[in-house]
Design a protein around this ligand. Structure first.
Ligand SMILES: O=C1C=CC(S(=O)(=O)O)=CC1(O)O
Ligand SMILES: [Fe+2]
Length: 359
């Protein structure tokens, strides 16, 4: 995929992957239990206000920051670019398209070098960085791995009122499109876009936005996801499981969705597929195909479509929401749109035990 220069001729920054996220949490100790004791992320650094976490294959300072705040929110999504010169390119490109663009000094985020922060055209707080402190990579520290060893950050999923506009924005940054959910009336319900050579670094979910849908981490193998489920059951904390475990249609990944103590959604994800050739084809799913979200046809709980985390602007204020301008086809009469709560049928018979019949 090739990026398109702006009208001022400035090419977009060369993004290599989703780099880190900052989540605002209301109880740092409760969040520490969830992300460190339960999920097994490694603490690179911590102080009274924040915890800096990384996964076992990661050698940069962190891929997740938990920062204490009064209400849960997304503080920032950060993409790593290919070099410090691409931070400069980001500044030129985003000033060129007229969005709020600010350069921050090294250390503005502990462990991260000089970077550029924007409010992107979709309303999200996004940082572009390269320089970052290196730390020990625990890939083979099996003495420290729990049974659910998380290997790395995989992707962001964001909720936007206009998926098509968000799709245009990200393809303009040179992201490839690996998969979409569409209908026969040219509606796009969701899309998955990538810079690294897997299914996505960012996914677009239709709904009121800007909101964060989830942050996803990868494990190496499915059994590590199942171990997290067993641990939650054993601890009688099973209420943290929102959806799954299961197999996705889109991405083909094996998945589990959790809700952290503040309700932020975290996906644990493994075995998607390679997308690195220039002619990698886009997989298009019909919104009527009940295998799209869960390949085995499992119902998707309503909260997975309706809930998301509010986002901060660059000054820490909550960004107001916009609703989808055009309500999707009224197959379900639900404002989330046809991609949620589909009515499953066999021939002309509705299937009573499927979710769409129950909401
Ligand atoms: O990572 C993902 C891959 C697939 C899906 S879906 O539920 O299959 O649409 C959701 C997701 O964006 O979380
Ligand atoms: Fe995901």
């Amino acid at each position: 995929p090739t990026a398109t220069a702006t009208t001022t001729g400035n090419p977009p920054p060369d993004v290599i992957r989703s780099g880190y996220a900052e989540l605002i949490v209301t109880d740092l100790a409760a969040s520490r239990w969830f992300y460190v004791d339960l999920l097994g992320l490694i603490v690179t650094a911590e102080d009274d206000d924040a915890i800096y976490l990384r996964a076992f294959e990661e050698y940069l300072h962190h891929s997740l920051v938990l920062r204490r705040g009064d209400m849960p929110a997304l503080g920032r999504l950060a993409y790593r670019v290919r070099g410090q010169d691409q931070v400069d390119a980001a500044e030129r490109y985003f000033r060129g398209i007229g969005v709020d663009t600010r350069r921050v000094p090294a250390g503005a985020t502990r462990g991260i070098g000089e970077a550029v922060r924007i409010t992107d055209p979709l309303g999200f707080p996004v940082e572009f960085f390269y320089d970052a402190e290196h730390t020990e990579r625990f890939t083979q520290r099996y003495d420290l791995h729990h049974g659910n060893a998380i290997t790395r950050l995989d992707h962001f999923n964001v909720m936007v009122p206009d998926v098509k506009a968000a799709h245009r924005y990200y393809t303009g940054l040179g992201f490839g499109v690996s998969e979409t959910i569409i209908d026969d009336e040219d509606n796009v319900y969701a899309a998955w876009l990538y810079r690294k050579q897997t299914v996505h670094d960012v996914a677009l979910t239709g709904g009121d936005g800007p909101r964060l849908h989830h942050i996803a981490f990868a494990t190496a193998e499915r059994h590590q996801i199942l171990h997290t489920c067993d641990v939650l059951g054993a601890l009688h904390k099973e209420h943290h499981i929102e959806r799954g475990p299961g197999r996705h249609g889109v991405s083909n990944a094996f998945y589990l969705y959790l809700r952290d103590p503040d309700g932020h959604r975290i996906e644990i994800y493994t075995t998607d597929y390679y997308t690195g050739d220039p002619d990698n084809p886009t997989v298009e799913w019909s919104v009527d195909d009940d295998r799209r979200r869960s390949f085995w046809g499992h119902a998707v709980v309503p909260s997975w479509y309706t809930d998301g985390s509010r986002v901060h602007d660059l000054d820490g204020r909550v960004v107001p929401l916009s609703a989808p301008a055009v309500r999707e086809a009224e197959r379900t009469g639900v404002i989330v749109g046809a991609d949620g709560f589909a009515i499953a049928t066999e021939g002309d018979q509705k299937i009573p035990f499927k979710l769409g019949e129950q909401v």
